[in-house]
Design a protein around this ligand. Structure first.
Ligand code: AMP
Length: 287
């Protein structure tokens, strides 16, 4: 696996690959890699000639400086995992390669409600920083396909809308959420859970499965109230448990309101903030 820290070296290699007609699949990450990230590499490898991963803990998407400080960093282990997964190239830039002084990266995009609800409400500024770094990384890598996880469903919705607004030809591939055997969605943040909170955290998945079972027969408000109560009873501190339309991210009131419904959850497990989601209803036509 090639490892690049500078934009110029990465682009020289990518240019030569493209000249040879190779297709490029790209998965941006913040490192502390786990099986969920490696799943993106696996799908990229199966669909493209070359799989490229970036590891960059993007300072502009952390609204809480303590969260940025505490974000796990383990580059040697990440490199070993990526080699094992068959990744072709890793881009691991310092901050000033991504944000060189003087480069104007401001994005004049309006995401409507997509970046206002849920994470947008509880992490002000997060999606602006996320969209900026994804746009910058795409400008650097210029992949044919972009691989992102369902785990961050709202992020995926915003990136899809950004690509549409920019008229980009890059294809966005939604990759399924990889879970621990007990249902907890894999996350770099899981490393920071206390033993008690690690034991409690699978209740998030269980509460979403219960919501999926209940929504056809009950109003969303009742399903939501029960979900929040289940999380609190398990010792978590939920921020939201929202049943939303998977395209607009606006709340649904009944199962019949939409043929694409997703339950999205954010909850504190001690001092670790976890997010997860589950598709409750999906018409294959919008998959
Ligand atoms: P992160 O390093 O957390 O910024 O995530 C980088 C990419 O990996 C994003 O597209 C995430 O949605 C994806 N990802 C993170 N965790 C998982 C998971 N458990 N299953 C699938 N994809 C994931």
């Amino acid at each position: 696996m090639l490892v690049f820290k500078q934009v110029a070296g990465l682009q020289a290699w990518l240019d030569s690959e493209r000249r040879e007609g190779k297709t490029i699949g790209f998965a941006p990450t913040m490192g502390a890699l786990h099986q969920g990230h490696l799943g993106l590499v696996e799908i990229a490898k199966s669909e493209c000639d070359r799989a490229v991963v970036s590891i960059f803990v993007n300072p502009t998407q952390f609204n809480d400086p303590a969260d940025l400080e505490k974000y796990p960093r383990m580059p040697e282990q990440d490199i070993a995992l990526l080699i094992g997964a068959g990744c072709d190239a890793l881009f691991m830039p310092p901050v000033d390669e991504v944000y060189p002084p003087g480069l104007d990266l401001s994005l004049q995009l309006d995401f409507g409600a997509l970046d206002q609800v849920m994470e947008g409400e509880f992490r002000p500024g997060h999606f602006g920083g996320m969209a900026m770094v994804v746009k910058r990384l795409l400008d650097i890598v210029q992949p044919h396909r972009l691989y992102m996880g369902q785990k961050d469903f709202q992020q995926l919705s915003i990136v899809r809308d950004m690509l549409r607004q920019l008229g980009s030809g890059i294809e966005l591939v939604r990759c399924p959420t990889t879970r621990e055997p007990d249902g907890l969605a894999m996350s770099s943040r899981n490393l920071r859970l206390s033993p008690a909170m690690r034991a409690a955290a699978p209740v998030i998945y269980q509460s979403m499965l219960a919501a999926k079972a209940a929504l056809p027969d009950e109003p969303a408000s009742a399903v939501q109230a029960r979900g929040l109560e289940t999380l609190r009873n398990a010792g978590l501190d939920p921020e939201y448990f929202d049943l939303v339309d998977g395209n607009t991210l606006l709340p649904v009131e009944q199962y019949g309101d939409s043929d694409f419904i997703v339950v999205c959850v954010a909850a504190w497990a001690g001092d670790v903030r976890l997010i997860d989601n589950l598709v409750i209803r999906e018409n294959p036509a919008v998959a």
